[in-house]
Design a binder for this molecule. Structure first.
Ligand SMILES: [Zn+2]
Length: 490
């Protein structure tokens, strides 16, 4: 394909991408609920949508990428009632709910920074947009698609469904929903307030002990989960924007609710393209508490988990994610991760070798066709595994030429170099680990510690103390142990 095509979950078709505004893309991606450390389920979306964004940049678009932080603590099990996740974690850790949100927002962002994910253009907090959410709820009520009961406001799914296809995005028919609804949630508090079990909360009345609550026209309470994304995407990207993304687990009820809310306000679906990445599995099984196979991202980076045979670097994880198409499941196993690590090294080695190849007058290889097929793959609904297969072909040719077993001309060498720098580095965002700032910092610190060690050996204590004291002033703690010195940031 010569132009970018994306699979639109809403139409269930692969469609040519056309932006609303010339060379500008508005992209909204649902961000994390920040009540616990990031696990492997959290990393796929950021990497997939980062590559999409980078590809748009490559194609000459400006991208406004909005990714929210759900810090209002919507509710366990994503039902309308139950415990507030943030409040529950705050009680466990004996801190404020907002401290919980802050801690895990920072750790989420640090984790994806290590994976070379570009930060979003705007990262709105749900708690910072209560006014916008209240205004949107008011206009949904005004449009006749929501009702208030005892200080809570619910979306009227039946009323909405008379003229709209409520379940279109998820492929669920309302009759099926009606049959299944309420079976497991009927016991929950608040169900009796709803006209129909499928109705979902736009606003919930808060009990006095509920810490996170705000004033509203309906009394003290807090917003439902879906309304935050409708309100914040509209605020920063407008009534209609280009792409709304997220995981397949968000199809229902979250994105279904979003579409209904926005349509109730503006009369139409807010996004032209809905993109969903598939879920992850671990050794072929769903990640679940009962299976004890939940792996935190930091555990993957340190190797400190019973299921892991070794540590895997952030770039290995990024590459591993891109080796699968985003709409297929991604299965984590030691074998697959080790293969990704090896493959990544092969590409890095080839990218280095390509810088110093010697040109011949003629060429045995058609590098242009490799480049063309890489772009064709990316244009075909962001088919990164196919693009990566072509990168391996470029690496194979590089090695053949480097070993003197094949010839390539100057133009071919330039194209090979371009393939590695533009596609591997800029679009797929794969950079050598030593280029990530953490590793660079570690390298500089080791250099300073070695200089200090040498100064000590030369009995130049003035210099060795000076190094330690100045580092200490900068916030680094140096610990001298039997096996040498180590450092940490305090
Ligand atoms: Zn969302």
């Amino acid at each position: 394909m010569t132009t970018l095509h994306l699979y639109n979950t809403y139409s269930r078709k692969t469609e040519e991408f056309r932006s609303i505004h010339d060379k500008i893309v508005g992209l909204y991606v649902c961000g994390p609920t920040v009540y616990g450390p990031p696990h492997l389920g959290h990393v796929r979306g950021p990497v997939v949508f980062d590559v999409l964004r980078r590809y748009f940049l490559h194609l000459g678009y400006k991208v406004r990428h909005v990714r929210n932080i759900t810090d209002v603590g919507h509710i366990v099990g994503d039902a309308d009632d139950g415990e507030d996740k943030l409040q529950k974690q705050a009680a466990l850790e004996q801190i404020q709910p907002m401290e919980v949100a802050q801690i895990y927002t920072l750790s989420y962002n640090e984790m994806i920074r290590q994976m070379n994910v570009l930060p979003p253009s705007i990262e709105p907090l749900a708690s910072g947009h209560i006014i916008e959410q209240i205004e949107m709820i008011e206009s949904i009520i005004k449009a006749g698609f929501a009702y208030e009961v005892h200080g809570s406001v619910y979306f009227d799914v039946i009323g909405y469904s008379k003229n709209h296809e409520y379940g279109k995005l998820s492929g669920r028919v309302l009759d099926d929903l009606m049959a299944g609804a309420g079976n497991e949630s009927r016991e929950l508090e608040g169900q009796d307030e709803k006209r129909n079990a499928n109705d979902f909360a736009l606003w919930k009345k808060a009990t006095p002990e509920h810490i996170m609550q705000w004033s509203s026209p309906w009394g003290k309470g807090y917003p439902g989960w879906h309304i935050e994304c409708s309100a914040m995407s509209r605020k920063y990207l407008g009534d209609t924007f280009d792409i709304h993304g997220g995981g397949m687990d968000l199809l229902f009820p979250h994105h279904t609710g979003e579409i209904a809310q926005s349509t109730a306000c503006t009369g139409h679906n807010p996004a032209n393209y809905w993109m969903h990445h598939n879920m992850i599995t671990i050794n072929g099984q769903k990640m679940a508490k009962s299976l004890n196979n939940g792996i935190q991202v930091t555990e993957l980076f340190s190797g400190n988990h019973p299921l892991l045979e070794q540590a895997y670097s952030p770039m290995t994880l990024r590459f591993f994610i891109l080796m699968a198409h985003y709409r297929g499941t991604l299965d984590f196993s030691n074998e697959a991760l080790k293969a990704a690590e090896k493959g990544l090294q092969r590409l890095f080695n080839a990218a280095e070798l390509a810088k110093n190849l010697v040109a011949s007058d003629s060429s045995d290889f058609d590098i242009k066709s490799i480049e063309t097929s890489i772009y064709a793959s990316l244009n075909d609904d962001l088919n990164t595994p196919q693009a990566i297969a072509q990168l391996f072909e470029a690496a194979r040719i590089t090695n053949v030429v480097n070993d003197g077993k094949g010839k390539i001309n100057a133009e071919g060498i330039q194209l090979l170099q371009h393939i590695f720098s533009e596609i591997l580095t800029n679009i797929l965002g794969i950079i050598p680990e030593s280029n990530t700032s953490n590793n660079a910092l570690d390298g500089v610190m080791q250099m300073l510690l070695n200089m200090r060690k040498q100064a000590k050996e030369e009995k130049n204590y003035a210099l060795s103390d000076q190094i330690r004291n100045q580092l200490s002033e900068l916030g680094f703690e140096i610990k001298d142990g039997k096996d040498g010195s180590s450092w940490s940031l305090v």
